[in-house]
Each structure stands twice: as C-alpha cells, then as structure tokens.
Design a protein around this ligand. Structure first.
Ligand code: MLT
Length: 274
C-alpha cells in the first residue's frame, strides 16, 4: 500500500501519509507546520496503529485554493474538519482517534462537534477549547499585518523561539533552528488564512463536557501559547479525561519531550480504541 497519498476535495489537494496498521489515528498539525511535525512519533506508533497524517491546505505539499467552490471564505475550523471527514470517507474509515497539535486541536474540537460518532477518543496536544480573548485577537491581527508587510521568513524567525521552553532554548537550540529552517518559506497567504480561522473559532468548552469518549490533554508546563492554568481548568470538564503535564516543555512536546509524549499517545490510543 502506498504511504504517500493525495485527496482532491472541494478544489483542495491534500497530501497525506497513511502508515502502519491497527486502530486508525489521525495526527493533525498546528499553525505554520505540516505533517512532518509528527515525524518523531511515527516510529513509536506505526507498528501498533494506522497513522493518517495530512497536511492542511496551504501547508507542506497540500494546496490551498481559497476560491474553491464549497469552501467558505474566510475558511473556518469547521471547513478543515470537513476535509478530515472527506479523507476518512475516502479511506472508508468509520471510526478513529484524533490527535491535534494546537491549531490541529481546534480542528479536532470542530470535528468532534460535527461527527462525534466517528471518534473513539481525541487528544489535545498543547491546545485549548477556549476562544481567543480580545487581546489575543488583536495580537493575531498585528501578526497578519506583519506577515503581509514583511513575508514569512522574518515572522517565522521571530515567533518560533517562543514555542519552546527556556530549558529547550538553552539545552537544545538546534531544535529551534531546525524548525525555523524548515518553515521559513511558508506561504504567507496560508499563515494569514490560519490566523483568520483561529480568530473566528468559537468557544468549545461545552463540547468537552458533552463528549462521552476519552479525551487526553497533553500540557506543556512552560507553554507560552496555551497557559498551563487554562489547560488544567479544561482538563476537568470531560467525563473521561487523561491529563499529562510535560515538565520543562513549551508548546512543542513532539520535539521537546518525544519519549514521554510517544508513550502517552500509545497508551491513550489503546485505551480509546477499545
Ligand atoms: C499553533 O501552534 O497551532 C498556534 O500557535 C495556536 C495558536 O496560536 O493559538
């Protein structure tokens, strides 16, 4: 079976990897990333699970056509959730575990609201069900203007260090450089449309309360983007909740705390998938 695949849907061309066999697990990347952000999880999980790793439209090889039919303008988290549904339908997958990093978690929540019957559980990796505060919306607007004026490279170089803890910055600075080099040519129009979708996203705390299957929270003890206090409050809302705090980790547990995260993901997928 080929591991690298394409889905054409609603005028978008989505690149995804389909690796391994077992409980289907979809890994959704965050803002200014692509599916490669999960590369350090693949070896740990592929022998037990079927991993579907898409690039969101406008990220990596996946193509975004904002004028495509049936895609609302501006694009919303719900639209990305519909694309994930289209991907699962194409693969004839009726049930899966969703794992979403940050903005990928916002898409996961939108998916869980629309298609709860398709999920045996989901994990929010450094993500939140709260909507943006007015202050955060204003900051995002400033970032949009910065990107439109200066392009992606300056933006990625300035914003990436903030994704990592001080501990990582001091001890593993090469991780930060690797991410900057990989993503500093990100398409500016993609970054802008992700920001707009994040600004528009609603609060989804009620979904956390009503969802009946397990939810896992992966929390960075030193996350500058999703505060620890918010994650702790949210993690008490679901009926079945698994909560893990990664010490000395910022927003990038996939890279900063790889062995711990891989173990938590593996245990969770097994529990959720039964
Ligand atoms: C992400 O990592 O996806 C974003 O930083 C999330 C956000 O800004 O809310």
């Amino acid at each position: 079976m080929p591991e690298e695949k394409w889905l054409e849907i609603n005028g978008q061309k989505i690149f995804y990897r389909d690796i391994g066999q077992g409980i289907c697990t979809v890994l959704i990347h965050g803002f200014a990333e692509d599916g490669r952000i999960w590369d350090k999880q693949i070896d740990a999980l592929k022998n037990d699970f079927r991993l579907i790793i898409p690039g969101l439209p406008g990220s990596g090889k996946s193509i975004m056509d904002s004028h495509a039919p049936n895609v609302s303008n501006p694009i919303k988290m719900d639209d990305y959730a519909s694309l994930i549904k289209g991907l699962l339908d194409k693969e004839k997958i009726g049930s899966c575990v969703l794992i979403g990093h940050s903005m990928g978690g916002y898409i996961t929540l939108a998916f869980a609201e629309k298609y709860p019957e398709m999920l045996s559980g989901f994990a929010l990796v450094h993500s939140t069900a709260y909507t943006d505060s007015e202050e955060k919306k204003a900051l995002r607007q400033k970032s949009i203007e910065f990107i439109q004026k200066n392009g992606s490279a300056d933006f990625i170089r300035q914003s990436t260090p903030n994704l990592f803890s001080d501990f990582t910055k001091e001890n593993r600075p090469e991780l930060i450089e690797e991410i900057i080099e990989r993503y500093d040519n990100f398409r500016p129009e993609s970054l802008v449309s992700y920001y707009k979708a994040m600004i528009l996203r609603p609060d989804r705390t009620e979904l956390l309360k009503s969802f009946k299957r397990p939810i896992m929270f992966i929390i960075g003890g030193k996350d500058n983007i999703v505060p620890l206090e918010d994650s702790l409050k949210l993690s008490h809302l679901p009926t079945i909740s698994y909560i893990h705090i990664l010490e000395n980790t910022g927003h990038m547990g996939m890279l900063e705390s790889t062995p711990e995260l891989n173990k938590y993901l593996k245990d969770f997928i097994i529990k959720a998938g039964v």
